[in-house]
Write a protein that binds this ligand. Structure first.
Ligand SMILES: C[S@@+](CC[C@H](N)C(=O)[O-])C[C@H]1O[C@@H](n2cnc3c(N)ncnc32)[C@H](O)[C@@H]1O
Length: 241
């Protein structure tokens, strides 16, 4: 499948693509929120969807009850090699149909750096997240923003971007879905979601001193950030499908 082979191809060099300062700062920003939700979720079980090489695991305290799934078998192989103690906790699976993952089984679902934008059916993926979360369980995910500042010139009317922006071997014909805040709110309305911005200027001005201004801008104008951070909590009364 083209979609899977795209990520398979990136797996071996994936970590090297994000060794720049901005990526590090973004990861720190996300890690703080992940750890806060982990505490709120009683330090219980965590499912990392679209886990890639295991960044989500690296954000959690040692010994966390963590599982990671990803559609790319090669990403999974790299994650296992990097985290041998968790080698049995990583498995290849598509987020639109989390085969073998029981319902109501996780206290926290994380999905970092846009798997929702890359999967082919975000609606089904949101249903799967709701299904595998325990009632009261938390989630945090990021998705690409349709109204991002950097997309001004490209036109906000398009629902997709093509993946050729980084200096990797991206396939320019690979599509990623971009979302407005209200689309995400609708998608996750089962969780009373809160949607905030992820790094407004980061990809526009790769300039370290702007980081605090960048975060402030995200707070003031999250609608222009390049990504969204969506957090929420599965309602207690919600029945799993
Ligand atoms: C940009 S990477 C992020 C990886 C990791 N979460 C991180 O933050 O480093 C996107 C990941 O989503 C995975 N992915 C894409 N579509 C998916 C799907 N339908 N189901 C599960 N994973 C998917 C890719 O294989 C890739 O590892």
């Amino acid at each position: 499948m083209k979609h899977v082979s795209y990520w398979d191809r990136l797996a071996a060099s994936y970590d090297d693509l994000y060794k720049d300062r901005w990526s590090w700062l973004e990861d720190e920003h996300l890690a703080k929120r992940v750890r806060r939700l982990y505490a709120e979720a009683g330090e219980g079980s965590v499912l990392d969807i679209g886990c890639g090489t295991g960044l989500g695991l690296e954000m959690l305290p040692e010994g966390a009850n963590y599982y990671g799934v990803d559609v790319s078998p090669r990403m999974i192989a790299v994650a296992k090699a990097k985290h041998p103690a968790y080698r049995h906790h990583f498995q290849a699976s598509d987020m639109v149909h989390l085969k073998g993952v029981p319902s109501d089984s996780f206290d926290l679902v994380i999905s970092l750096h846009g798997p929702l934008s890359y999967c082919r059916d975000p609606w089904r993926a949101s249903i799967e997240i709701a299904r595998v979360l325990r009632p009261g369980g938390r989630f945090i995910l990021t998705a690409m923003n349709r109204t991002a500042l950097w997309r001004l010139r490209n036109g906000w009317q398009y629902k997709h971007v093509f993946m050729s922006s980084r200096g990797d071997d991206s396939d320019p014909s690979m599509k990623a879905e971009v979302f407005t805040r209200s689309e995400l709110k609708k998608l996750f309305d089962w969780a009373d979601p809160s949607v905030s911005g992820l790094s407004m200027l980061g990809r526009v001005c790769e300039f370290w001193p702007l980081w605090p201004a960048d975060r402030l801008a995200c707070l003031l104008a999250p609608g222009l950030a390049y990504g969204h951070i969506v957090t929420g909590r599965k309602r207690h009364e919600q029945a799993s499908t």
